[in-house]
Design a protein around this ligand. Structure first.
Ligand SMILES: Cc1cc2nc3c(=O)[nH]c(=O)nc-3n(C[C@H](O)[C@H](O)[C@H](O)COP(=O)(O)O)c2cc1C
Length: 172
């Protein structure tokens, strides 16, 4: 079957993560994100693609920090609450009934109950007319102990992650 180019998501499985940030005034924000990719092994870089009108993007520009939280499938409902378009004055972590988790290396908090947390600092922004690519350098990477097996590997049975395919979540 030939697919339209914009249907590429049908063949490339996309994760659903929550990106948490704080504004320069200390307001906490969280947003679901799928366009997230590590940049080559063993580099410590990740890239996220953002539309220009995002509080997440504004906060990263202001503070230079963000956390990529990997939510379990059970967190789908609060994750989708964070997809709502609300004022930057709203604390979206509280709005979604989620709990913040202090980060180890940066001020932006993570989200309690997630499977893993990737703390990043802004390395570079690549700005285009319609979107921005944010390159983050990973400064702290942590997985919840409960999903790591005796060999130090992630147990995929226990770590049931959200993805656009598995969870039937798609962009609103
Ligand atoms: C599953 C899912 C994936 C998303 N992925 C992205 C993405 O990769 N890039 C993006 O700019 N917006 C993405 N969005 C949209 C943002 O989450 C949404 O616009 C959110 O309100 C932005 O919040 P903010 O303005 O607080 O940053 C996604 C939404 C959903 C539901």
């Amino acid at each position: 079957m030939i697919l339209e180019p914009e249907k590429r998501n049908m063949v490339l499985p996309l994760p659903v993560v929550l990106i948490s940030t704080i504004s320069k005034d200390g307001i906490r924000n969280a947003a679901p994100w799928s366009c997230v990719m590590p940049i080559l092994r063993p580099l410590d870089l990740v890239v996220i693609a953002s539309w220009l009108k995002r509080d997440t993007l504004d906060n990263i520009r202001e503070t230079g920090e963000f956390v990529i939280n990997v939510p379990p499938v059970e967190m789908a409902d609060p994750v989708m609450i964070c997809a709502k378009n609300v004022s930057p004055e709203v604390d979206e972590i509280e709005m979604a009934g989620l709990r913040a988790r202090p980060s180890k290396k940066i001020k932006a908090p993570g989200i309690e109950g997630c499977l893993a947390w990737i703390e990043c600092v802004l390395e570079e922004e690549i700005l285009r007319d319609k979107y921005a690519l944010i390159v983050g350098r990973v400064v702290h990477l942590e997985a919840d102990d409960s999903i790591v097996n005796d060999s130090g590997e992630i147990d995929l049975e226990r770590a049931r992650r959200l993805s656009q395919v598995i969870s039937k979540i798609s962009r609103p």
